[in-house]
Design a protein around this ligand. Structure first.
Ligand code: NAI
Ligand code: MG
Length: 481
């Protein structure tokens, strides 16, 4: 492993790839069949670790999207809205179980295609994706209990567009509540991470889901735009950039399409002087360096109480220096590859801006692999509240650090952001936690932990972080009228 200047060295422990099955070329999964794209165009899905080609993926055009939506509409009217809710639940359970059986293969493909550490794919992405399906499968025949004395109905065809940071997990977040509530689906994965969604299509096929209930189309932004604009799509569920979220709102303005948008973030992680500092440092590391900082709710703005700032920063630098950076398939790797060369460029642009803005920059002293898209974990210390670095989403392993003296000051600073997705609070005092959770304008507030997810708890943002909630009962409501 290419990590120098470490206190210790680990022997390589690279996960094997012999058990994975990838086709050379993937068509589109429409109406329960694999079809060649009408566009006749394919693009390459690559591994961000070594830029190796993994598979050819179909690029869906407007006609392809139209075919998928029509299949979904037909399946909605003819089959999915007619079968009993308990039957719907059985199909979702079946998908979840098959996914569990193939967990190892899915984890390796996820790591290869996205650059995330195998440990995270194996221990977080895939198990959480399964849990999400199990959770919503259980709700399918209990909607009357979820919404007592209300007559709820599905919306019809849901168009779902997902990003590249948690590819299979986001697919599960989208598909599970849609199917449980009786909607049918056209899902588009992100162009750099289509492969686990295509494996999911194989699982859905194996589960015997009626044709057209879930359709998976691959492609770029124009494919996504065609889904959003399609007149037969009744619900748009999107996770991705705030810029595209705004475009989607423009497209659907004046139509009766329902939407949930889960957009960016610039979440505050707040450490008080009475916090258990070693745990807090682990929480900071997990908050920003988990998945290379490709996390919408990443704790990317650290606020440390002034009297402990030096100590926390010293501990943080020391801990960062022991992070293992490199081959995502190595089981010891903490930090894998940045998802794409574009994203690496974006992150490097922000690091340059930070240096020019004049705050102190610290980067881990290590050698990066000489191929692939890698970025050193980076701190910016003494960052001004008004600086670009403290305001804009970077979506990479870059943490800004600010200090505060009083609770009111940190609440004001933490809320001074166009985003409001998540926050973290580290303190020994329950009263302080309750005070902050009620005043922080964030959809999720973690106390003495960070980046913990559960299918039963709703997730979503305030302000420019989007609207609507995914997960829990709230996530069901988003697919019903
Ligand atoms: P993006 O928003 O362009 O991509 C997300 C998904 O939307 C992809 O499937 C993409 O193909 C699709 N898409 C793109 N243009 C579209 C359009 N006009 N209509 C419908 N769908 C469209 O995000 P991108 O360019 O990959 O990343 C840019 C920035 O967005 C990142 O640097 C990060 O700050 C933020 N981001 C936030 C995410 C989150 O989880 N909230 C996830 C990914 C990116
Ligand atoms: Mg890829």
């Amino acid at each position: 492993m290419s990590t120098e200047n470490k206190n210790w060295e680990y022997a390589d422990a690279v996960e094997g790839t012999g058990h994975i099955k990838l086709k050379e070329k993937y068509g589109l999964y429409i109406n329960g069949e694999w079809v060649a794209p009408r566009s006749k165009t394919y693009f390459s899905s690559t591994n961000p670790h070594d830029e190796a080609h993994l598979a050819e993926v179909a690029q869906a055009n407007k006609q392809d999207v139209d075919a998928a939506v029509i299949a979904a509409e037909r399946a909605y009217h003819d089959v999915w809205s007619k079968i009993t809710p308990a039957e719907r639940g059985k199909y979702i359970f079946r998908i979840a179980r098959l996914m569990q059986e193939q967990a190892k293969e899915l984890a390796v493909i996820e790591s290869l295609d996205s650059g995330k550490p195998i440990r995270e794919a194996r221990d977080i992405d895939i198990p959480l994706a399964c849990n999400h399906l199990f959770y919503y499968a259980g709700w399918a025949d209990k909607l009357d209990y979820a919404f007592p004395n209300q007559k709820k109905e599905p919306l019809g065809v849901a168009g779902q567009i997902i990003p590249w940071n948690f590819p299979l997990l986001m697919a599960a977040w989208k598909i599970a509540p849609a199917l449980a509530t009786g909607n049918t689906v056209v899902l588009k994965p992100a162009e750099t991470t289509s492969l686990t969604a295509l494996k999911l299509a194989e699982i859905i096929d194996e589960a015997g889901l009626p044709p057209g209930v879930v359709n998976i189309v691959t492609g770029f932004g124009d494919t996504g735009a065609a889904i959003v604009a399609h007149p037969k799509v009744s619900k748009v569920a999107f996770t991705g950039s705030t810029a595209v979220g705004k475009l989607i709102q423009k497209t659907i303005a004046g139509t009766d399409k329902k939407a949930t948008l889960e957009l960016g973030g610039k979440s505050a992680n707040i450490i008080f002087d009475d916090a258990p500092l070693d745990q807090a440092v682990e929480g900071i590391i997990n908050g920003i360096f988990f998945n290379q900082g490709h996390v919408c709710c990443a704790g990317s703005r650290l606020f440390v109480q002034e009297n402990i700032a030096d100590k926390v920063i010293r501990k943080l630098k020391h801990r960062m220096q022991s992070l293992q950076i490199g081959n995502p398939l190595d089981k010891n790797t903490d930090i894998g590859a940045i998802n794409s060369s574009e994203q690496l460029k974006t992150i490097n642009k922000y690091i340059d801006i930070g240096r020019k803005e004049g705050s102190e920059c610290f980067q881990v002293d290590c050698a990066l692999p000489n191929k692939g898209y890698y970025c050193k974990p980076t701190l910016f210390i003494n960052v001004a509240q008004s600086s670009v670095l403290a305001q804009e989403e970077i979506f990479g392993p870059v943490l800004t650090i600010q200090t505060f003296r009083t609770i009111d000051e940190v609440i004001q600073k933490a809320n001074n952001s166009p985003y409001g997705l998540a926050a973290g609070v580290w303190t020994d005092k329950g009263s302080k936690i309750f005070n902050l959770t009620s005043k922080l304008k964030a959809g999720v507030v973690w106390a003495n932990t960070y980046n913990k997810f559960d299918p039963a708890s709703p997730f979503g943002g305030y302000k420019e972080s989007g609207f609507g909630r995914e997960g829990g009962l709230h996530g069901l409501g988003a697919y019903l009228k």
